[in-house]
Design a binder for this molecule. Sequence first.
Ligand SMILES: C[S@@+](CC[C@H](N)C(=O)[O-])C[C@H]1O[C@@H](n2cnc3c(N)ncnc32)[C@H](O)[C@@H]1O
Length: 275
Amino acid sequence: MMQPTDSQDSFRLMPCQDGSLTIHSALHDQCFHSSAGALLESQYIYLELGLKAYLTAEASTMKTDDDASVKTIDSSIKTLDPKQKISVLEIGFGSGINALLCALEFLQQRTSSEKTASDAEALQMPEQFYFESIELYPIPEEIWSQLDYASLLANEHFSREEIQAIFEKIHRAPWNERYEISPGFFLHKRHEDILTFEPAAQYQVVFFDAFSPDCQPMLWSKEVFSKIKSAMLPGAIMTTYSSKGFVKQNLRELGFDVLRKPGPGQKRHVLQIRL
Ligand SMILES: C[S@@+](CC[C@H](N)C(=O)[O-])C[C@H]1O[C@@H](n2cnc3c(N)ncnc32)[C@H](O)[C@@H]1O
């Protein structure tokens, strides 16, 4: 099994306005996040507009007609009962911050004894969480070990040490196989190129977090979006930080419903894309 050991890229850490660190890739001359903040972007674009928007919509469908919501999902994907399992695909694993935030959200929702009935109904966190992420240029340990998102994320639910332990487990998890980070939360990091990736699963949420369309136009092409679309389940949501014209056009030509949402920090718009 391929285990990336070194990278052709060289990386350095950059401070963001929200107090978190992001990473600069010398190979692409790109930062992984905007200067507004790695944490801010991840929490808003991927957790709020992606994962939570999907889970909230799913919960309201179930509330109106519990049985019907399951029936709308066709027989070929019966195994993905939204009450039991959520499957997320990320394009660009990078710092691992999106995987970390999803793991924390899952653990908090599944384990919090203080959770109120209305919170539980509002989000409907399934019993199992599958997080699959594609990365062609994994970052080395000397970089990810300095990110220290745990200090910024520590709260009444998780201590800094608990969060750091999950973050380390996420980064040390083997590549190219499914690995259980904590009970019910499965991570599958794929060391491969999105251009040649062939989805074998189906997803309810997609985080499209490649480098910018100016830097990597091929990754924002109709061919790539079409491949992802074929792996998205009915009602699935994809989010991304770029609202560039040709990106929206490619998505709309494929039949996606493309919504512009206010961006975090200085960013005017980000995209929430629905099937
Ligand atoms: C904008 S960064 C975001 C990374 C991550 N989601 C994060 O929040 O740290 C883009 C990521 O896409 C990865 N990437 C670039 N080209 C790729 C390709 N062709 N296939 C897979 N991943 C790629 C980069 O190495 C980088 O980690």
